[in-house]
Design a protein around this ligand. Structure first.
Ligand code: ZN
Length: 327
């Protein structure tokens, strides 16, 4: 009897339990890149900021307008594909109630077309006006990038990621928590970014009158004490982030975050240096363009030029992620 019971147990394990474990294991380990996505059926309400109205669109059509507006269309096809997947992930995550902004100026719409709030977007008509003779070539390229990545999104631990990106990291991307008051994101970590120096917006500077520099500081910090005869002697950079940007800067009696300083003087990035331009003015030089977190668009274009795929690009800038199709 006992032998029979053991035999039955072993058979049950071999025939029923074991296959369940194996199948489950496979489902978790494999990347679901199968062409059965549902993104064709998804419609989305977009608040078109330019027209001040909410418009219903097909998700994939909307993504074309985002790629057309967010990345230069002369970029490499694989870079445009990476941008398409990032844009789709951004949108789909918001549709699923993830990473929503604390303010919602577009009730009834998932996203708006204001690039300072959600993602930039451009209609076909706007693209025609912007691109002129190159219009057909560029639009075809954008369509190809979106169609070739149809329904694909980026996940980390089976969850949609927040695929933030920027124009030019200046050579190294930034940890998310250095820019926003948030916990570290495991996939938004500082990485070296090759080719950013080839971007036309790699290097920038502003020249500001010393008096204006001081009055802007006094506006933000009414109690600030400046004692040095030369303002530059009152300035010291206290710490740098892992991404090589200014983390904290002290000016006179005030210490502020690099991000605060960047906003105050509308700088292109927090990777900056201050020097004297003339006896009455200062020069603030910046490297890179944008917050520096996630994918660098110029870096992505450089990788594409080296023959890398959009998948490789995304997995480089977003660490530990997988690509999946919307189910
Ligand atoms: Zn918005």
């Amino acid at each position: 009897m006992k032998k029979i019971a053991v035999y039955i147990l072993v058979m049950v394990f071999a025939i029923i339990v074991l296959p369940m474990i194996i199948v489950k294991g496979c489902n978790f380990s494999r990347e679901v890149l199968v062409p059965e996505d549902k993104s064709d059926n998804i419609r989305i309400n977009v608040f078109v900021s330019q027209e001040n109205q909410t418009v219903e669109m097909e998700l994939e059509e909307y993504i074309k307008g985002v790629v057309a507006a967010e990345m230069p269309a002369e970029f490499e096809l694989e870079a445009l594909k990476a941008q398409a997947v990032a844009a789709r992930t951004y949108t789909y995550s918001r549709m699923n109630g993830l990473f929503l902004p604390s303010d919602n100026p577009h009730e009834g719409a998932v996203v708006c077309t204001d690039h300072t709030h959600c993602q930039a977007w451009r209609s076909i008509e706007d693209a025609k006006a912007e691109w002129g003779k190159k219009w057909a070539e560029y639009w075809n390229k954008v369509e190809e990038a979106v169609n070739a990545t149809h329904g694909i999104v980026i996940t980390y631990n089976n969850e949609l990621i927040n695929p933030v990106f920027h124009s030019n990291s200046g050579g190294r991307t930034e940890n998310a928590e250095e820019v926003w008051a948030c916990d570290p994101y495991p996939y938004l970590v500082s990485v070296e970014s090759m080719g950013d120096e080839q971007g036309e917006n790699y290097f920038n500077y502003i020249i500001i009158e010393e008096q204006e520099f001081i009055s802007k500081l006094r506006e933000k910090f009414p109690g600030i004490v400046l004692s040095a005869s030369d303002i530059l002697n009152d300035v010291s950079i206290e710490s740098y982030s892992e991404g090589g940007r200014v983390k904290t800067i002290r000016i006179g009696s005030e210490t502020m975050k690099g991000t605060e300083f960047r906003n105050l003087f509308s700088l292109k990035s927090t990777n900056f240096q201050i020097s004297r331009e003339s006896s009455t003015s200062l020069r603030i030089t910046t490297i890179g363009y944008g917050h520096g977190v996630g994918m660098s668009q110029w870096g992505a274009n450089y990788m594409a030029k080296q023959g890398e795929s959009y998948e490789k690009i995304l997995k480089y800038y977003y660490r530990g992620v997988e690509l999946r199709v919307i189910q």
